[in-house]
Design a protein around this ligand. Sequence first.
Ligand SMILES: Cc1cc2nc3c(=O)[nH]c(=O)nc-3n(C[C@H](O)[C@H](O)[C@H](O)COP(=O)(O)OP(=O)(O)OC[C@H]3O[C@@H](n4cnc5c(N)ncnc54)[C@H](O)[C@@H]3O)c2cc1C
Length: 424
Amino acid sequence: MDFIRSVECKEHYDVVVAGSGPGGVAAAITLGRLGKKVLLVESSACIGGYATAVMLGIILDMPGKGGIPREIFERLHSMGKAMWVDDKSYTYDIESMKYVLDAMVKESNVTVLLYSSVTATKVENGHISAILIDGPSPMAVSADWVVDGTGSGQVSFESGCEYYIGSENDNSAVQAASLQALVTGVPENLWHSEIHSREKKKQFKELLESVGHEPTYPAPLLFRLSMADPTCAFQINHEYNVRCDDPFRMSEATMEARKEIYESERDLKKKEGWETLTLVSTGVLGLRDGRRIAGLYKLTGDDGAAGRKFSDGVVPCSFCFDIHATTKKEADKVGFQAEVTKRIQPYEIPMRCLISKDIDNLFMVGRCISGDFEIHSSYRVIGPAFGMGEAVGVAISSLSKGSSNRSVDGEKVASIMKERGYKL
Ligand SMILES: Cc1cc2nc3c(=O)[nH]c(=O)nc-3n(C[C@H](O)[C@H](O)[C@H](O)COP(=O)(O)OP(=O)(O)OC[C@H]3O[C@@H](n4cnc5c(N)ncnc54)[C@H](O)[C@@H]3O)c2cc1C
């Protein structure tokens, strides 16, 4: 069936960034500050991607990060809306994160288009020459450079790039997805800051079981977001077999998870001391796996285990292999995390993982960069994603019009990232 409509090509930008998650927003801010004309396109109603719309509440893997991720922490902290959990991660208030990111893109003169999705690209000779944006007013735009920060690698997929989903060793199985919630009214003596404590997770699981709810996430979390207010993150579910290219299963899983959260809160508040517990809101379903787009280098679990450093290493990482179970059976057997015999040693993401191998004016940031299933479970968290966006911003601003993404000087980008406070 053919659908035909003509769409006006509205405007030319230096850079179009699709997706405003940690990677996309950091790229847009960096480019805007360096004087580029940037359009940031976001499907949902707010900037920040999973850091805001999925309501995660904790930024992991901050060691060695300078520049934009450090600035975001400083801004939130000065408002009393973020606090360190340990020397690696901090919790933050979700609405304050939206407020800070809105301010930063505005100060950087980035044009923001919310409620709009990049749905197709026109590719000519391995080059994106036009971008179709669907939303309240469908339009086409053109750009010298395109950044895919969609998490699912949607723009790269639409452009015909090679990609991978899920595990290479297990029939493309994907990690469990989760729906996060915010609650208030948690008894004062029970919320805690020991977020990573296995003992605290076990106690919370037993509490839920005591009111007849075995959480589908075997290591459930309840933690306060900031000292300034009593809102807590309530993370209790795992949804299996949810792929980023299956909106039917995504819809079903969202509703299953919402039911579990609602009923757990309803029954928990019947317990003595928990009467004031109140479910405030649920977020957007978070998918740990998306498409991993082929770049000039594919980072691997072996690179992470060896602590590999690269001359074009632009972002330092040290978060563990965090592969969430892919099936309920696996979770019952090993707990929430798959067993990985290797351990991460601090490693670096080379610039080449952020450069598309198939399209000469396309870059990737965040979850969809070039890596294997194992190492993706480490670098996919928010701290590194902010850093990747900043690195891509620096890289693009060094390129002359009409050149190829392959002409990025990765070593030069690495040295600028060092000047920006990254420990490489
Ligand atoms: C359940 C869950 C829990 C997690 N917990 C943590 C945690 O506690 N701490 C942590 O640091 N990390 C956590 N992570 C990982 C982390 O949140 C994400 O991986 C990180 O946000 C990745 O950033 P990103 O830049 O890839 O963009 P994402 O955050 O994935 O955002 C992508 C954005 O692109 C938009 N988009 C998608 N398609 C289009 C399109 N076609 N056009 C325009 N816009 C589009 C989306 O609406 C979204 O806003 C968790 C992930 C999940 C799923």
